[in-house]
Design a protein around this ligand. Structure first.
Ligand code: 2U9
Length: 352
């Protein structure tokens, strides 16, 4: 048996030379030290030997076992080390390589304009309110002095769901709801941003869905002077401190008198250029004093209360501010268009 043990050891030494991976090393361990290994067989054969032989062969088995264990362990350490070294050289990370750019979203230009306007009016003590986009004819038209058959309804042709229910054509029904709900008839100072709908054919300056921001102030002794002061602050904050405003007479069924508001051109300062079409002025919103009929219908005594209201289209403001010539760009989700506002946003954050 001693000869067989020696032979086993020689065979083991031969096989050990070919082991160049941890998985081969493990196979070798199982073959030479496992339950079905020769060493195990030899150990079991000990019981048939005489006491004297048992001692000698037992020692040889133990020595061989120790030798195998020791050499396997030594090789394992070397193999692990060289595997680690090869990983370190092959999987080296070049920290100077450019990283993978994450596509983070940006605030949509219309939302930006709405946010800016909201912030400005909040700073002047206004509340921001919203309401349903599916409205009643009563709140969308009748309470705003636009009874059925009124010619001005033609300019706001709408999407009707039933004869009495429609997609709102303006955010004014939110103001109507606010006035009606305000049973104490305390002063009102609100702006109402939101989506509105009109049965318009889409082109570079029209869209069947667009955004509006309307404002309403109702209190005792509110005059056109308050309206002018408010809109002057708005024009300067949105288009630059040097801006001036001018009022032109206009007509809206829900305001009397009604006006259109222009700002001095932010591009040429009023001299005349292609943006202001040579006039030096750019129209930015409509406004007026709330019509007494509207005040009365909404539960405010027009002899005691007065108010001003204004309305604007954030699309138009964004088009003017950022030099966009087609309103459809806002709605088609073309990343090449939208990504340009990433830069605008970063510049804005640097400024503020
Ligand atoms: C109530 C009373 C009065 C809201 C007003 C305008 C003038 C106006 C247009 C601007 C561009 C609509 O988006 S646009 O096409 N709006 O010119 N809006 S006064 O007047 C109100 C609203 C509610 C109770």
């Amino acid at each position: 048996m001693l000869e067989e043990i020696l032979e086993l050891r020689r065979k083991y030494d031969e096989e050990l030379k070919n082991v160049n991976s941890l998985s081969l090393l493990n196979d070798l361990r199982v073959n030479y030290l496992g339950k079905k290994s020769k060493i195990q067989e030899f150990s079991e054969g000990l019981r048939d030997l005489s006491n004297e032989d048992k001692k000698e062969v037992g020692k040889a088995i133990n020595d061989t076992k120790n030798y195998i264990e020791y050499s396997l362990n030594e090789l394992r350490i070397n193999l692990e080390l060289s595997e680690l070294n090869s990983k370190l050289t092959n999987e080296k990370i070049d920290v100077t390589l450019p990283g993978t750019k994450l596509n983070s979203g940006i605030v949509h230009p219309i939302t930006r304009v709405v946010n800016d306007i909201e912030e400005l009016f909040i700073s002047m003590g206004y509340d921001v309110l919203d309401g349903p986009e599916v409205e009643s004819d009563l709140y969308n038209f009748e309470m705003l002095n636009l009874p059925k058959g009124h010619p001005a309804r033609d300019t706001q042709d709408s999407f009707y769901i039933t004869d009495e229910i429609l997609l709102r054509t303006q955010t004014s029904p939110v103001q109507v709801r606010t006035m009606l709900a305000n049973l104490e008839k305390t002063p009102i100072r609100i702006i109402c941003p939101g989506k509105t709908y009109r049965k318009d054919n889409d082109d570079a300056t029209h869209s069947h869905q667009f955004t509006q921001i309307e404002g309403l102030v109702v209190d005792e002794n509110i005059s056109m002077a308050h309206l002018k002061g408010t809109l002057e602050v708005f024009a300067k904050k949105m288009f630059g401190e040097e801006r001036e405003i001018r009022f032109r007479p206009s007509y809206f069924p829900f305001t009397e008198p009604s006006i259109e508001v222009d700002i001095s051109c932010f591009n040429c300062g009023g001299k005349g250029c292609n943006i202001c079409k040579g006039s030096g002025w750019i129209e930015i919103l409509g406004a007026g004093m709330v019509h007494p009929n509207v005040l009365n219908m909404c539960g405010y005594d027009s002899k005691k209360y007065s108010g001003f209201a204004f309305g604007m289209g954030p699309e138009r403001i964004a088009m003017l501010k950022y030099g966009i010539n087609d309103i459809r760009n806002f709605y088609i989700n073309d990343m090449r268009f939208l990504n340009q506002f990433d830069k605008v946003e970063k510049e804005w954050y640097h400024e503020s």
